[in-house]
Design a protein around this ligand. Structure first.
Ligand code: IMP
Length: 194
């Protein structure tokens, strides 16, 4: 089964390809293809946004399409930045991390979780596949570590004493919200393929 990855993010593509290959899915990189690269993420949930992107790519290419959407939710902020994680303030990842630490500066409750939804849309009207998975943890007060991206330097996943940015990709890719969501969608796809 060939599926288009509806994003130009090569890091995410590599991670997902590695997990989908063993079940007989050939993932094609959207970044190398003509397609709807600039889709507005107007959904209220991660699943809505993943579906919007996967639908647009399935329509444009005529192939099954897989898309993801993710974010970080701080409990003390009622779930913000959440689905707005990539755009909550203009600027860089470091600017958005500073914004988050500023909002949480006077908060005792440092609980948070990363969330990731993955959707697969098949052309021809078959019911789409959607999963949402979470990685719970703690949001610390000062960034630590160099690897990863986004809010990685301020997030310590439960069961560890290092941030995602200190743990590095190998460990992160086993336990992250995205890793769990890819596993979930792989199970659903296996059932469809068989
Ligand atoms: P998107 O899923 O590419 O739209 O990303 C949403 C935003 O959530 C990213 O720009 C990051 O700010 C944040 N985010 C999602 N997953 C992660 C992660 O694994 N580490 C750090 N930040 C993340």
């Amino acid at each position: 089964m060939r599926i288009v990855f509806a994003s130009g993010n090569r890091g995410k593509f590599r991670e997902m390809k590695a997990q989908l290959e063993p079940i007989g899915v050939e993932l094609l990189f959207g970044g190398d293809m003509e397609g709807p690269h600039e889709i507005e993420e107007t959904g209220e949930t991660y699943a809505d946004n993943a579906l919007i992107k996967a639908r647009a790519w399935a329509e444009a290419t005529g192939l099954p399409a897989l898309a993801d959407d993710s974010g970080l939710e701080a409990e003390a902020l009622g779930g913000l930045p959440g689905v707005h994680s990539a755009r909550i303030v203009e600027g860089s990842d470091a600017d958005r991390t500073r914004w988050l630490l500023g909002e949480l500066a006077d908060k005792e409750d440092r609980r948070g979780r990363f969330a990731c939804a993955i959707a697969v849309v098949m052309p021809g009207g078959r019911e789409p596949l959607v999963v949402t998975r979470y990685c719970p943890g703690t949001i610390i007060r000062e960034p630590r570590g160099e690897s990863g991206f986004g809010y990685d330097p301020v997030f310590i996943p439960d069961g560890f004493d290092k941030t995602f940015a200190e743990l590095g990709d190998e460990t992160k890719n086993k336990i992250s919200h995205r890793a769990l969501a890819v596993k979930g969608i792989a199970e659903m796809l296996r059932a469809v393929i068989e």
